[in-house]
Design a protein around this ligand. Structure first.
Ligand code: EPZ
Length: 430
């Protein structure tokens, strides 16, 4: 089992290039099957979740040709199956986007119901509500969601909770429904906008993505396109907090600064300098940071996917901080690990009260999920001594070349696969 071994204490300094957005890419790849034409997708991140979704798509007959590390050509003319295997859903929940895409194109989809996951129960009732409103019959049988319709028709849908997944899934199906659909109380995340732009580039007629009302005029057919995915604002934000926590100076390149506003605002509040350029942000932290309070909210609020990164940074700030998680019920598991490194934290329900300490110290910890895993890497980089992080498979789901990018900024981090490799690295760093 692979681990990270990290010797902390070095401020991160230099420049880092951000990859394409994983969560936009998951929606876009699924949407790409909605045309029989060949589609070129660029700026695709080379991460595990994306590669698993591509495999799931190949398993139902999509032809996928990797042009480069970051570009694929896809052709979905010969999809022979509208039923996706459980093995893939088990690995990535986002394969549920194939329901909206298959239902829109073929009026039929069979996809295993995703289970709960490490960050919470994650129901998909709103997705189902939307498909039903579009005229689909949706049944759950033998663990599968089976959605089918003679034809899909436009509808007026109100989402009870702001949901990224439901907004994208319903938007995909409605793009090929007959007539006009209005979705209210939509998620406004940049990746929702990116999926809408992608569908529009294939001939869909979607307006209002990025606001809380999306209007869709259904079309009969979608056509070929070439599309480049937006940069990953969560990967960017992770490096911004890594710069802050290690008292570093990092230029985070290939980003859309507007997408990072909530993160930038918090970094300024805790005492970092943040300089914005057209497609880069520079974060400098020259002194001990101060505490703050933060509550996760749908975009443009502070993202839940950036909650652990600010949590570990505040563990080292002067004063007491309160972090409130309002999106997922189980996103504080990393706090137990952080406590092993010397943090002083009390978790009460969906709130963590963090009393900042001057130093964290290296320990053996384990990544509970993707973002919490990345946050523990930040904690380890800022800590004194050596930290070993287990279960880094979670981190590999969403961060491309994570250790290489960190090393280029001066981090001492090694991915090891055996005790022998770990020993070798420990000897080298002394
Ligand atoms: C997306 O998950 C992201 N995943 C998550 O990224 C992210 O944490 C989340 O949005 C919130 O921003 C992808 O884009 C693939 P939601 P999603 O539906 O779509 C409730 C990461 O680390 N809800 O916006 O599954 C739900 O329980 C991750 O990259 C319902 O009640 O999240 C939650 O409280 C993990 N019923 C809230 O809505 C539903 O049918 C928001 O969830 C759907 C959701």
């Amino acid at each position: 089992m692979e681990q990270y071994i990290i010797r902390g204490g070095n401020p991160l300094v230099g420049e880092v290039e951000i990859s394409g957005a994983k969560n936009a890419a998951l929606g876009i790849l699924a949407a790409a099957i909605m045309t029989d034409d060949t589609v070129l997708i660029e700026n695709l991140p080379d991460v595990r979740d994306i590669n698993v979704l591509l495999e799931a798509m190949e398993s139902i007959g999509v032809r996928v040709e990797r042009i480069t590390k970051h570009a694929v050509m896809m052709n979905s003319e010969h999809i022979g199956e509208v039923s996706v295997d459980y093995e893939y859903i088990k690995k990535i929940r986002a394969s549920y986007y194939l329901i909206g895409a298959l239902l829109g194109k073929y009026k039929k989809a069979e996809v295993p119901l995703p289970g709960g996951c490490n960050i919470g129960s994650r129901p998909i009732d709103l997705h189902i509500k939307g498909f039903k409103a579009l005229g689909a019959e949706v049944k759950i049988r033998n663990g599968f969601i089976i959605a089918q319709a003679d034809h899909l028709h436009g509808s007026h849908i109100f989402l009870d909770t702001v949901s990224v997944g439901a907004t994208i899934n319903i938007m995909m199906a409605a793009s090929m429904a007959e007539g006009y659909t209005i979705i209210e109380n939509c998620a406004r995340e940049p990746h929702v906008v990116d999926v809408a732009n992608f569908l529009n580039s294939m001939g869909a007629n979607i307006k209002g993505a990025g606001t809380d009302v999306i209007r869709i005029r259904g079309v009969q057919k979608l056509h070929k396109t070439e599309y480049s995915i937006i940069p990953d604002q969560i990967e960017a934000g992770t490096f911004m907090f890594a710069a802050a926590a290690t008292k570093g100076d990092v230029m985070v390149k290939n980003v859309i600064p507007k997408h990072l506003e909530a993160t930038t605002a918090k970094l300024l509040e805790i005492g970092c300098e943040v300089e914005e350029f057209d497609n880069a942000v520079r974060v400098v932290a020259s002194k001990r940071l101060r505490s703050t309070n933060v509550k996760t909210l749908p975009y443009p609020g502070y993202p839940t996917d950036m909650q652990p990164q600010i949590g570990v940074t505040l563990a080292l700030a002067r004063g007491t901080s309160i972090v409130t998680e309002s999106i997922f019920e189980n996103r504080f598991k990393y706090m137990d690990e952080l406590t092993r490194m010397g943090a002083v934290v009390r978790v009460e329900g969906n709130t963590a009260i963090i009393s900042g300490v001057e130093k964290l110290s290296g320990a053996r910890v384990s990544a509970p999920d993707l973002r919490a895993g990345a946050a523990l890497v930040i904690a380890a980089l800022a800590a004194e001594g050596v930290t070993t992080i287990d279960d880094i498979i979670y981190i590999q789901r969403g961060y491309e070349d994570f250790e290489e990018k960190l090393r280029s900024l001066g981090a001492e981090i090694e991915r090891v696969n055996s005790e022998k490799e770990a020993q070798k690295f420990r000897l080298r760093i002394g």
